[in-house]
Write a protein that binds this ligand. Structure first.
Ligand code: NAD
Ligand code: USQ
Length: 404
């Protein structure tokens, strides 16, 4: 066996929707290594978006079939695979009934804000895919396995950047002398982020109406690529996006520094967000599964470990690149998005740590090892994919190509 994991999962059956993606693949292996019985369900649409838009991950990733086969050889653990669309009720309900999961981890959405802003068709696709997919999961649980715990990936971007502290899902408000605890106000900044808001509302309603147990994980921006399991064999390597559509801030900046491309800070760079290491993503999911929500409850955890401004992380990458001989330049480019560039930000994130999460913080050594990783694969980087490719102020009704 390749991993030092204990077998805490005890055969708990976990369906991982979106298990071929960045967070989902790492999580599937993490849980499989720890004795959970894992089924990956994915329609591979993410690989298709890359083909349609001419994008490519930094890392050479194997096909999902080869990945799962190699994992079986390396770990002696079998991962069950279902290839198909969550929005296809006949396919999904069959797969769900056959596997009869104790928990469903739902990563299977179109997750890029820029993608959702390319054109009308992609905006509609994103909301349809994400909202209908989640509704299908809720119906499957209600109909076929009412005790199944839903662990749903939301986003910190649901909250936007209000001028008050961000709580974990709910806010206690006193209004005209009366007090209630209500869903925290949502002010999302793209059609993608809004799809997560709609999901949260649908989950809250279904939890109450059908007594479903649900955990909504409002995750921050994930960085890193290595987990113990995905590094155990070249065929298990995870995807690493650096392009202007699917690449996220810190992962992009590291690749930019590695290849000598200026670090692309959008606008003033005071945009502050929650971040976490992918090794903490997988751990947070395990913690949520092991400590399920109560029936009828939609519990919300803010899933990130530290907050930084975009400018802070650009400076960090520049500073740590220097001793490696990288002379990274930081440029401020006109912001292709509509968002606050200087704002108050203080988001709570205590609940996962109370349940035992021990964060991997973004120390110098993490950035060093990410830079080394990016340098190793730098010959695969296509410079033309780095620029921001989608302008929030344009979003045409005609089917667009992704060029700002
Ligand atoms: P990803 O694009 O790498 O993976 C998503 C996977 O879901 C893909 O493999 C895709 O093929 C699959 N999928 C999408 N729609 C599907 C459908 N209708 N049926 C079946 N499979 C479908 O994304 P990721 O970065 O791994 O993100 C996973 C989840 O975590 C998403 O819900 C995302 O919103 C959330 N999240 C990601 C980050 C991040 O920084 N990557 C941060 C916060 C939240
Ligand atoms: N940004 C730059 N330069 C870049 C890329 C991004 O300055 O080259 C800025 C953006 O303008 C934004 C911030 O960095 O202010 C974050 O952008 P991002 O692309 O890293 O993250 P985002 O679009 O919010 O989406 C990502 C994931 C999404 C997840 C979200 C978590 O793609 O799935 O939901 O992070 S959060 O940001 O907490 O909402």
């Amino acid at each position: 066996n390749t991993v030092s994991a204990t077998r805490d999962g005890k055969g708990t059956k976990v369906m991982i929707i979106g298990g071929d993606g960045y967070c989902g693949w790492a999580t599937a292996l993490h849980l499989s290594a720890r004795g959970y019985s894992v089924c990956i369900l994915d329609n591979l649409c993410r690989r298709e978006f890359d083909m349609q838009l001419g994008l490519e991950t930094l890392t050479p990733i194997a096909s999902v079939h080869d990945r799962v086969k190699r994992w079986g050889e390396v770990s002696a653990q079998n991962i069950h695979l279902e290839i198909g669309d969550l929005c296809d009720w006949d396919f999904f309900s069959d797969a769900f009934r056959n596997f009869a999961p104790d928990a469903v981890v739902h990563f299977g959405e179109q997750r890029s804000a820029p993608y959702s802003m390319i054109d009308r068709q992609r905006a509609v696709f994103t909301q349809h895919n994400n909202v209908i997919g989640t509704i299908n999961v809720l119906f499957a649980i209600k109909e076929f396995k009412p005790d199944c715990h839903l662990v749903k990936l939301g986003t910190m971007g649901e909250y936007g950047t209000p001028n008050i502290d961000i709580e974990e899902g709910y806010l206690t408000v006193t209004h005209n002398g009366r007090t209630d605890t209500l869903p925290y106000p949502k002010q999302a900044g793209s059609f993608y982020h809004l799809s997560k808001v709609h999901d949260s509302h649908n989950i809250l309603f279904a939890a109450r109406a059908w007594k479903i147990a649900a955990t909504d994980l409002n995750q921050g921006i994930v960085y890193g690529v290595r987990t113990e399991e995905t590094m155990a064999d070249p065929l298990l390597i995870n995807r690493y996006d650096y392009d202007g559509i699917f690449g996220t801030a810190l992962n992009r900046f590291v690749v930019q520094a590695a290849v000598g491309h200026p670090i692309t800070v959008y606008g003033k760079g005071g945009q502050t967000r929650g971040f976490l290491d992918i090794r903490d993503t997988v751990r947070c999911i395990q913690i949520a599964i092991d400590n399920p929500a109560a029936k009828g409850e939609m519990r919300v955890f803010n899933q990130f470990t530290e907050q930084f401004s975009v400018r802070d992380i650009a400076d960090l990458v520049k500073r740590l690149g220097a001793p490696m001989g990288l002379n990274a330049e930081i440029i401020q480019i006109p912001n292709p998005r509509v968002e606050a560039e200087e704002h108050y930000y203080n988001a709570k994130h205590a609940k996962l740590e109370e349940l035992g999460l021990q964060p991997h913080l973004l120390g110098d050594s993490m950035i060093d090892s990410l830079l080394e990783f990016a340098i190793r694969y730098k010959d695969r980087v296509r410079m033309e994919l780095i620029k921001p490719a989608v302008d929030w102020r344009k979003t045409p009704v005609t089917s667009g190509t992704a060029k700002a």
